[in-house]
Ligand binder design. Structure first.
Ligand SMILES: [Zn+2]
Length: 337
């Protein structure tokens, strides 16, 4: 392992990913004039209020801005100067250039490239799934390491999406199917269901509904959406008719009825679908790369130094060791614990 002291990238104890001289991603840092929000998950919006109050600019994609407006209320982002970035568009700040690239994670998610005055390429992947994410050449690569342990591989023979559809179809024969997941993932599931030709009504709380509407406005096709407290939705539930009810994962303990339930989680590695009971299943669908996806990114990006995100949940220290062992590339997990 090498020390990371002489570098143009770092990760602070408050979770800020520092790139070059001017940029702090995903948490507040008082020294950096530009704040980036890589995507609209809570652990990447750390200290956003402070950034809005003090930074020169806060940068994010238009989709991320729209999601934050519905998740946090429209007044939050009015408290500072927010500039929306298209993928591939470069802005110059003094002697450095900053460009966003797509990350396949939730709607609007970005990777961030900073090119310094010497042409060094400093890349932050944000959260990503390798399949739909362009791999960027990097000199310094800062990356997520959620599934950074070799134990976290999902090499299933059966596609979890197909299993999810089969389970939903099975549950719909007897009435409502409850699906639990996080914002972004829930909408991805709605799209998978729609693309598979399943046309049951989709019921959801107000917050999930608004996030879904943002996803639709950015081109996702989700199907027929209903608020659970609308009369039509109440009637569907009273009749025990076929429908899919979407819930935030955090509400899994508070649902009273004992109907058909599917939990969607990335933390499943042994099988694409685990049966808890005859009406309760966990399906292994993730919007993060597994261990093989993370190593694949490093291999193709060819960095000279890798910094793994040790602030957010995951296996940053293990992954840094793996990068050094497998590729001989210097790697460090930051912040140090
Ligand atoms: Zn995320």
């Amino acid at each position: 392992m090498v020390s990371c002291l002489v570098t143009n990238a770092s990760l602070t104890h408050r979770g800020a990913v520092l790139l070059g001289k001017h940029v702090a991603c995903d948490a507040f840092d008082e020294c950096k004039p530009l704040r980036v929000v890589s995507h609209a998950h809570a652990d990447h919006m750390v200290g956003l209020k402070q950034s809005l109050a003090t930074c020169e600019k806060v940068l994010m994609t238009k989709a991320t801005k729209d999601l934050i407006d519905v998740l946090r209320g429209p007044s939050l982002l009015m408290k500072g100067i927010v500039e929306t970035m298209d993928y591939g568009k470069t802005i110059q700040h003094e002697d450095e250039r900053l460009t966003f690239f797509k990350a396949d994670h939730i709607l609007g998610a970005s990777q961030v490239l900073v090119e310094d005055s010497e042409g060094k390429r400093i890349v932050f992947t944000g959260d990503f799934k390798i399949d739909g994410t362009p791999v960027l050449d990097a000199d310094v690569l800062v990356m997520e390491a959620t599934y950074g342990s070799p134990r976290c591989t999902r090499s299933f023979e059966t596609n979890p999406e197909n299993l999810l559809i089969s389970l939903i179809e099975k549950g719909l024969k007897d009435g409502p199917v409850n699906v639990f997941g996080y914002h972004g993932k829930l909408q991805e599931i709605m799209q998978i269901v729609y693309d598979a030709g399943v046309r049951a009504p989709l019921l959801m709380s107000e917050r999930i509904f608004h996030v879904s509407k943002v996803c639709e406005s950015h081109g996702m096709r989700l199907g027929s959406l209903f608020l659970t407290d609308e009369r039509e939705a109440e009637e569907i539930l009273q009749r025990n008719s076929s429908c899919i009810v979407f819930h935030h994962m955090n509400s899994r303990g508070s649902l009273a009825d004992d109907g058909f339930r599917i939990y969607v989680s990335g933390w499943e590695f042994n099988s694409p679908c685990r049966e808890i009971s005859d009406k309760e299943y966990v399906v292994a669908l993730s919007d993060h790369s597994d261990f093989d996806g993370l190593t694949e990114y490093v291999r193709r990006s060819k960095p000279k130094l890798v910094i793994t995100d040790n602030y957010r949940v995951g296996h940053a220290e293990t992954f840094a060791k793996q990068v050094y062992t497998r590729f001989g590339i210097s790697a460090v997990a930051l912040p140090k614990r």
